[in-house]
Write a protein that binds this ligand. Structure first.
Ligand SMILES: [Zn+2]
Length: 80
């Protein structure tokens, strides 16, 4: 699940980077790289339920979810 999502993110990133490079050349590539670097850093700090100890594990698919979520982010199962 996590590997598939990572591949999807990498694929989307490459498509996006290729598009930016086609449109804006190397400058566009640097802009995309910088934006992704910042976004990735922010996401890893604030949006990682796996590294959070207070998260709730889904009874259906075992995905770690934020503690305040009512439904699983993967399969939508009720967490409460
Ligand atoms: Zn689930």
């Amino acid at each position: 699940m996590t590997v598939a999502r990572s591949m999807m993110v990498v694929g989307a990133t490459l498509v996006f980077a290729g598009l930016a490079m086609t449109l804006y050349g190397v400058t566009g590539l640097f802009a995309v790289g910088g934006a992704l670097l910042v976004a990735g850093a922010l996401a890893s700090f604030s949006l990682s339920p796996e590294s959070e100890s207070g998260g709730a594990e889904c009874p259906e698919c075992s995905t770690r979810n934020w503690a305040d979520r009512a439904q699983c982010r993967e399969c939508g199962a009720d967490l409460r």
